[in-house]
Design a protein around this ligand. Structure first.
Ligand SMILES: *[C@@H]1O[C@H](CO)[C@@H](O)[C@H](O)[C@H]1NC(C)=O
Ligand SMILES: *[C@@H]1O[C@H](CO)[C@@H](O)[C@H](O)[C@H]1NC(C)=O
Ligand SMILES: *[C@@H]1O[C@H](CO)[C@@H](O)[C@H](O)[C@H]1NC(C)=O
Ligand SMILES: [Zn+2]
Length: 592
């Protein structure tokens, strides 16, 4: 983007110079024949001027062509793609983070994030089943370049698996990698490396990610959280329903090397090499929010992305094919679900830093960088009316700066408190609010609300609301919203300028690497048919339990997800049925 302005202005300068030269050469007509030498001198000058004009015009045409002529697409030769996903980051998150950065670093009002300088366009995010997508349908649009229903992990509304960019890349000889800050089995990474009917099938996703599915192993490198879905249910820190040990299977059956903690990561980081395929799982579930993360315990997104980049570059150095790397700022979304602006600005800053590092590499290599979001989360607004009287025009970044922990963190800290009532109020004001959130002026009412919420998962919402009100930041939902999200990218991603369907982003990734996804879908359909112990009635039993079965199971569970009721993607957009009267009070609708 930065090189466009100079090109345009030099283009203008060249045209201006060419006009000057034309005026000069036009003077030739006025030459008299009084003096031979005069004539020859003038003729010489004229020729020079004419040549100059031709040269100038040629330069002008060349320059104009450089701006107007589309680059050869897809480019030829060895090339790589880095695709970044800022899960749940809408346009407002950028303003929030930019203003926060300017405020805390004492920067001028026109200083920007690296993302700001590389804006290309916007993406329309609706899924096949709803105007408001979830991360599964959102990432299926990137992975398969096709629309599907909310909850779908690289599966289409007709229930068939769709081949992904990562799978096609691997089959075509590219190296592949996934880097995330949430569980590796969460929707975004899953939509590149697995196929299941519903995102909650994370055990099955983990199995496929190590290679137990029709295509075999397709991921060369995985760095992130979510260890619990890879460990057998009889071990500490497992969240699997069965006793398969996927860490051991990954090593023994599929040849992975494994690192499970910070020191293992540091060894690879320091040596700059590791044997691929590599499975690196650094947290039981999510890697903590940036605002809470301790460097000695967990790697950051930018560290993991850089290590992944170096390993994939090394892996492909003698190959005629590059790599496909997906890097997700997964927890921007979680801060949105929690309506926690203090946590979110730190997540976005970490993402921006990662984008900058990836961009620096891409600018020096035959590669392209694309970054976008699957959807917005929270219905974030950079202003909030607190009283019935006309609101002020402002919001206060210092409130976010004063917080040193996320609301999620202090809610957990408070939940562990065991003391009597008087001490509890003091514990809340001194330890939780003052030390954790930088809030010194809690009202009695607020403290009572915190105490009331202690026994359900809503207490983090109370903390987040205290910060948001003080900062005058607004939220309209604890879920997602349908606003278009931004697309950012390096040189080479110009096709994504303007407003696009989210599937165009996935198609761009495939096209850039010269990949055809359809044969991969066909392979999955044909090689993946067959009876299993799971459910012979399902057309693709290896994809896990069918939607119907999952829906019935879900209804029996306490945390029943009502979206399973109608948003199956097999119907059209749901119609109004008086929802605003329903679900008043009762259970906390706390999301992820
Ligand atoms: C653990 O796995 C075994 C075998 O797959 C299963 O029978 C058992 O119910 C599981 N236990 C739990 C607590 O999920
Ligand atoms: C931030 O913290 C400082 C130091 O405790 C305090 O003086 C200031 O009032 C706080 N600002 C806001 C906006 O909470
Ligand atoms: C929370 O749960 C504990 C233990 O079950 C109980 O003793 C306490 O009274 C509950 N507190 C509130 C505010 O409901
Ligand atoms: Zn998402």
């Amino acid at each position: 983007m930065a090189d466009r302005k100079p090109l345009l202005s030099s283009d203008y300068d060249v045209k201006a110079d060419a006009e000057d030269a034309q005026l000069l050469s036009g003077a030739r007509a006025k030459t008299t024949r009084k003096h031979r030498t005069d004539h020859w001198i003038k003729l010489g000058l004229g020729v020079w001027a004419a040549l100059g004009t031709i040269a100038m015009v040629a330069v002008a045409i060349l320059c104009t062509n450089q701006v107007k002529k589309p680059d050869v697409f897809p480019p030829k030769g060895k090339r790589s793609v880095i695709f970044m996903v800022s899960d749940g980051m809408g346009p407002t998150s950028l303003e929030l983070t930019r203003a926060y950065m300017q405020h805390t670093k004492n920067l001028d009002w026109d200083s920007t994030l690296t993302l700001d300088d590389n804006l290309l366009g916007t993406s329309r995010t609706r899924s096949s089943s709803s105007l408001v997508t979830d991360s599964a349908a959102g990432a299926t649009a990137f992975g398969c370049a096709l629309k599907s229903y909310n909850g779908a992990i690289a599966v289409l509304p007709d229930g068939s698996p769709c081949g992904t960019v990562l799978e096609a890349a691997k089959l075509a000889g590219y190296a592949t990698g996934l880097v995330v800050t949430t569980r590796m089995t969460d929707a975004t990474p899953a939509c590149f490396s697995a196929h299941v009917n519903l995102r909650s099938e994370e055990d099955r996703i983990a199995e496929q990610q190590i290679g137990d599915y029709p295509l075999g192993r397709v991921v060369d490198l995985m760095l992130g959280g979510g260890r619990c879905h890879f460990l057998p249910n009889n071990t500490d820190g497992s969240c699997r329903a069965d006793n398969r040990d996927l860490v051991s299977e990954a090593q023994k059956k599929y040849g992975f090397s494994y690192v499970g903690d910070r020191s293992g990561f540091d060894k690879i980081k320091k040596e700059g090499k590791a044997t691929l395929p590599l499975l690196g799982l650094f947290a039981e579930k999510d890697i903590p929010f940036e605002i809470d993360r301790k460097d000695k315990d967990y790697p950051s997104l930018v560290e993991m992305a850089e290590v992944a980049l170096n390993l994939l570059e090394e892996q492909t150095k003698d190959s005629d094919k590059g790599f496909f790397l997906m890097v997700e700022g997964s927890r921007i979304d979680h801060a949105g679900h929690g309506n926690d602006p203090a946590a979110q600005v730190r997540e976005v800053l970490g993402y921006d830093k990662t984008f900058k590092k990836m961009l620096e590499w891409v600018e020096k290599h035959d590669a392209v960088l694309v970054s976008t979001s699957d959807h917005e989360t929270g219905g974030l607004a950079a202003a909030r009316q607190l009283h019935p009287t006309y609101p002020e025009y402002l919001w206060y970044p210092q409130v976010l700066a004063n917080a040193s922990h996320s609301s999620e963190y202090v809610a957990r800290q408070y939940a562990q408190y065991q003391g009597d009532y008087d001490d509890e109020r003091k514990f809340i004001t001194d330890e939780v609010l003052a030390k954790g959130l930088g809030i010194q002026d809690a009202s009695d009412h607020e403290i009572s609300e915190i105490i009331k919420s202690k026994n359900n998962t809503g207490s983090s919402y109370v903390f987040a609301d205290m910060i948001s009100r003080r900062a005058q930041i607004g939220w309209s939902t604890h879920g997602h919203s349908a606003v278009d999200v931004n697309i950012y990218g390096s040189k080479g991603a110009e096709r994504l300028r303007g407003n696009h369907e989210n599937t165009d982003v996935g198609q761009f990734l495939a096209d850039y690497l010269g990949l055809d996804l359809k044969p991969v879908s066909d392979r999955l359909k044909h090689e993946g048919v067959g009876p299993t112990e799971l459910s012979g009635a399902e057309p693709y039993p290896w994809m896990g339990r069918g939607l119907e079965e999952l829906r019935k199971l879900a209804e029996l569970e306490e945390d029943y997800d009502p979206t399973l009721h109608h948003h199956t993607g097999l119907e059209h957009i749901d119609t109004y049925h008086g929802d605003f009267r329903k679900r008043s009070g009762g259970a906390c609708g706390c999301g992820l």
